[in-house]
Design a protein around this ligand. Sequence first.
Ligand code: 5GP
Ligand code: ZN
Length: 112
Amino acid sequence: MSDCLFCNIIAGEIPANKIFEDEWVYAFYDISAQAPHHFLVIPKQHIATLNEATDAALIGKLTLTASKLAKQIGFAEAGYRVVMNCNENGGQTVYHIHLHCLGGRALSWPPG
Ligand code: 5GP
Ligand code: ZN
């Protein structure tokens, strides 16, 4: 989708600090970090919201990529959070699904 910010990042047309990519997923640092470690894991396939997702394996890959990278970067043992915002009430601002992975500090609960 040429008008999608994250599709453009995957295509290399908008720069991003890439951490990892494979055939299915792409991971990069969030431009506005909310924790000492904050990256996003997105599918290469354009899916606007979690409500449109149907591929369980692909959604699983997002989660397992987050945990793999948290381990590699070194904050997994201390703990972290993965979250996907959906639509307006969920706080979604970019309509290409993305799993946030945040770590490096204690995170409060419940979220705002
Ligand atoms: P949402 O609010 O949709 O759950 O999360 C969107 C995230 O994308 C936000 O945390 C925001 O900081 C991040 N973001 C928005 N634009 C860009 C960008 O151009 N590059 C990167 N790396 N992150 C972005
Ligand atoms: Zn997209």
